[in-house]
Each structure stands twice: as structure tokens, then as C-alpha cells.
Design a protein around this ligand. Structure first.
Ligand code: PEP
Length: 248
């Protein structure tokens, strides 16, 4: 059975004070919501603050695919495990487009994460010019195949559909556009590994906020959200989570 998930990607935001407050304030706000998994992705240097608590599952925003070596500034999956991470974001559009991570690198990262028993949240999504030129499905298909073809058990992976044009722009995909992409993603997963697609959580990400959560979560193939800006404040993330249970 696939899980419902509300995850917060904090990018390069927050500091030790705001994070300590979040860790104290968020759990009571969602204490009565038990069928959603909440996951926070703080900047690397604050993972230790999450390690010191046991209420909020957490993960890293990135990792290197090698186990160890002369890779200044990089962090391995084993090191993340050591800090208690259970999850890692792979292929976020900012990693793909600003830091030029290639499909080959992302595939290696996914395999390395799984090897170290981290659950990868594999982010995929088309750019606006790709959507306008009718290439959305082609892009999603190759991102899925490039990243996942060598994965032995796809049920250990979570997918986040994040159209690049909706990330941090305030422009959300309509529920219909998001659902159409999610249906396509599930059908592609089914071709990559028959029989498992109904067990894989497919999250939507891109300017999710309390105001648009209700309509998005009603869609049958949207299993939750990867939230950027709106995840920084405990009250807002808790609101997204609450609407996600009430409206599903
Ligand atoms: C993200 O960082 O994955 C994201 C979807 O950001 P935002 O919610 O701010 O668009």
C-alpha cells in the first residue's frame, strides 16, 4: 500500500533558532494526524538537530553517489545514515538545472541511496518550454527510465512530480494538469516494473500552499506533497497536512 506523505524541502533556508522552534512547535500541531508521514529536509548542517529528536522523520536534500573518497564538499549516503536520515531527495530541479546534475549522476545516486537503505524521493518534472512544445510526457518518461531502470525494487522509491515552472513561482499546476502527469507517471512505472505502480507514492510539488491543497489532494493519483516555501512555518505545513487528510 502506498503511503500519504507531506514533505518539506527547506533548501538553503532556516537557522538553528528557527529549526529548534519548528521541532518543538510542529509535532503537537499534527499529533492527531496519523495516516500521513511527515518528512523534513533541512540543510545538511542542521541534520544533527533532527537527530536529537524522535518525532519528525528527516532526510537530506542531496548526496554523492560514492561511498567515500577525495570529493571535497560532498556527503555520502552512509554519512547520512550515520546522522539518522531515512530519506534523501534526488534530482530536485535546482540540482538538475543550477548544479547541472546529469541523468547518469542521478541514477548512481538513487542506486547508492538504496544500497545504504535510504529511501530516495526522486524528483522529476518538465520545464515550461518543454510543456509548451508538447514534450511533457517524453521528458517525464526519460527521467523515469534514466533514473529507475536498474532499481531492483521500485517500491522502495518515492516519486515527486515537480513541474519546473511551478517551483517557487507561485504558479501551481491545476489539479487536472497534475493528475494527468501522475497518471502518466504511474503508467510508466508499471511498464518499468509491472505490478508495483499502485504501491508507489507519487507526490506533487510546485507552489503548494494551504489554499491549493484541498483541490490537489482530491486527485486520485496524488499521494501527498513535496513543499518548499510553505514548509518553513510549522502552522502552514500542518495546515497542508490537515487538508490532505480531510479532503482525500
Ligand atoms: C520544492 O522545493 O520542491 C518546491 C516545490 O518549492 P515550492 O513549494 O516553494 O514551489
Amino acid at each position: 500500500m502506498r503511503k500519504k506523505i507531506v514533505a518539506g524541502n527547506w533548501k538553503m533556508f532556516q537557522n538553528s533558532f528557527s529549526i529548534k522552534d519548528f521541532i518543538e512547535d510542529f509535532p503537537p500541531l499534527v499529533a492527531d494526524i496519523d495516516d500521513i508521514e511527515h518528512i523534513i529536509f533541512p540543510p545538511f548542517v542542521y541534520l544533527n538537530l533532527f537527530q536529537a529528536q524522535n518525532k519528525i522523520p528527516y532526510g537530506a536534500q542531496n548526496m554523492h553517489f560514492e561511498e567515500r573518497g577525495a570529493f571535497t564538499g560532498e556527503i555520502s549516503a552512509g554519512m547520512l545514515r550515520d546522522l539518522g536520515c531515512k530519506f534523501v531527495l534526488i534530482g530536485h530541479s535546482e540540482r538538475r538545472h543550477i548544479f547541472k546534475e546529469t541523468p547518469e549522476m542521478l541514477e548512481k545516486k538513487i542506486l547508492a541511496a538504496l544500497q545504504d537503505e535510504l529511501t530516495p524521493i526522486y524528483c522529476i518534472g518538465e520545464k515550461i518550454e518543454e510543456r509548451r512544445s508538447g514534450k511533457t510526457f517524453e521528458v517525464l518518461s526519460s527521467q523515469l527510465r534514466d533514473g529507475l531502470s536498474e532499481v531492483r525494487d521500485l517500491t522502495k522509491v518515492i516519486i515527486a512530480y515537480e513541474p519546473v515552472w511551478a517551483i517557487g513561482t507561485g504558479e501551481t499546476a491545476t489539479p487536472e494538469i497534475a493528475e494527468e502527469a501522475h497518471v502518466f507517471i504511474r503508467s510508466e512505472l508499471e511498464t518499468i516494473m509491472p505490478g508495483i505502480s499502485e504501491d508507489i507514492s507519487v507526490l506533487y510539488g510546485g507552489s503548494v500552499k494551504p489554499e491549493n491543497t484541498k483541490e490537489l489532494i482530491k486527485m486520485k493519483n496524488i499521494d501527498g506533497f513535496l513543499v518548499g516555501g510553505a514548509s518553513l512555518k510549522p502552522e502552514t505545513l500542518a495546515q497542508i497536512s490537515r487538508f490532505s487528510v480531510e479532503e482525500k
